[in-house]
Design a protein around this ligand. Sequence first.
Ligand code: ADP
Length: 538
Amino acid sequence: MAAARRISSLISRSLFASPASFSPSLGKVGRRGGSASRFSTAVALDEPIVPSVLINHTKLLINGKFVDAASGKTFPTYDPRTGEVIAQVAEGELEDVNRAVSAARKAFDDGPWPRMSAYERSKILLKFADLVEQHMDEIAALESWNCGKTYDQSSKGELPLFVRFFRYYAGWADKIHGLTVPADGPYHVQTLHEPIGVAGQIIPWNFPLIMFAWKVGPALACGNTIVLKTAEQTPLTALYVAKLFHEAGLPDGVLNIISGFGPTAGAALASHMDVDKIAFTGSTDTGKTVLELSAKSNLKPVTLELGGKSPFIVCEDADVDKAVELAHFALFFNQGQCCCAGSRTFVHERVYDEFLEKAKKRAINRVVGDPFKLGVEQGPQIDSKQFEKILKYIKSGIDSNATLECGGERFGSKGYFIQPTVFSNVKDDMLIAKDEIFGPVQTILKYKDLDDVIKRANNTRYGLAAGVFTNNLNTANTLTRALKAGTVWVNCFDVFDAAIPFGGYKMSGIGREKGIYSLQNYLQVKAVITPLNNAAWL
Ligand code: ADP
């Protein structure tokens, strides 16, 4: 490996329009594609840049202390650029989950967190946000190192958004209150909005910090305590920021972090009798398991944010260059590893040929390489399992006679890089048009008119998101109302402001995260009724 270099000096521009959004400015359309190099000239992978961050925390965080797993076991975490081990991490299992839940229970039942003034809680969340901001470069480097996402994306997009989420929820902490209800009586009736208790949270590997923020922010603002299980592929950044939370004054036991695997640590959390709520983000199959584990244990309420196969609809009036760029971003962002990726690109027949030609060119021009190098747009997939799965889907596309326009193979000879891939001639019943591929594979489908595309876009078990590209207000209004999805982006994509709710229709999930809606996930409503005895004053 080359000698360590400061990452920050390598980065001089942002792909992001604003810290509150993942979306590129449409004003930049064309420039990135035009100046980027081809696969053959993409940045060499031979000498991966060494990220300038030390890995200080690899143990479990239980009751405010970093501790070994009860079994003493550890598991490796990898650099997806090379497949090499970057650290050994404590492997939490049932006994560790039990210890963490009992620390969280004690912190909730007897500790200061749910009892302190909401203003004090909000000050700790704000202090945490400040500390993260001070360590932003290091945290972003760790996130990119463990996930393979570009450093530009981590540092200019995700970290500022992470900080923004915590400031947003700090703002909510002292604005949560119930109602006075005018019941028939004479009764005085009020509702108290109380924290639920111990929240179990299970997060995935594609956005480890963003998912941490969506779950931890509202849970803490409402006064809950937490046991959070990170994804086995990406345990590092949650441990780093959890340390900062304690420096900010979070009492011990309020936030416990378990690294470990799904069927052991995750299942132990979901089926724990003393966990009062589960929030899960991941695949639809695992979401079903989590719901079942909750039902079979103590019926804890469950929120689920699951898979998707989101349509991105390019209408006949579209400015094709802009539509190509946005559709490209909607699919390829984060190596295609987004639950809401615009993974079915529906293009009106009138603009189909032009769109296809340009979409193919844009994909060929996508810069793949070391995510720490300036100008690289696409890093590796997360691990060998996902890498193999994506290549299988590509093979299935070829076997089912979709036309492979470009890509289709691994990129380089080590790590988990895949060439940006585009299929045309895709039919609705092909596997690549039905399943969530979770990789850099764009499938382009031709449609005739609005009725045709509405039926086909909705013909999926998923309903997480949709994209619409049009200048026609009537078309936009028709599509936004007809599409069965929790989010519809019109002429933009992946805009993730803290205040905007996110969640799925159909098998894409249960409940909403972010915004005011997320607070409901972490509150119980208690009705308190007292007789009004002195009728003379009523
Ligand atoms: P993926 O297949 O993309 O890794 P998963 O849905 O399996 O997605 O993983 C998302 C999260 O769910 C991870 O933290 C993982 O460890 C956890 N998980 C996996 N299996 C289970 C399970 N049986 N019970 C609880 N959590 C699980």
